[in-house]
Ligand binder design. Structure first.
Ligand code: ZN
Length: 97
């Protein structure tokens, strides 16, 4: 039977796992997949208490900054959008043929 300490460790690990899985959505604040406000509060509260998850948050922030520097997010090239649209229409037509 696990002792009190190991149960606490497992509970903490579960909280960390829950938080890390939402960290990217929390930081990106992607409008197409927003993190529910209650989840965002839970993430913030855990980040205040947990050094390890705060370190992960720092790494995510650095990574995001680097990626934006390498490839600034802008509107997609209209010709690429059109090519994808035609391919998708073809694929749909193929499945109904
Ligand atoms: Zn944590």
């Amino acid at each position: 039977m696990p002792g009190f300490t190991s149960v606490m460790t497992i509970l903490k690990m579960a909280k960390c796992h829950w938080t890390v899985r939402r960290l990217q959505r929390y930081l990106d604040a992607d409008p197409s997949a927003p993190l529910p406000a209650a989840d965002a509060l839970r993430v913030e509260s855990h980040l205040r208490d947990c050094d390890r998850c705060r370190a992960s948050e720092g790494e995510y922030r650095n990574l995001t900054r680097l990626l934006h520097r390498l490839h600034p997010i802008g509107a997609p090239d209209p010709s690429s959008v059109e090519r994808v649209r035609i391919k998708a229409a073809d694929a749909i037509a193929d499945t109904t043929r």
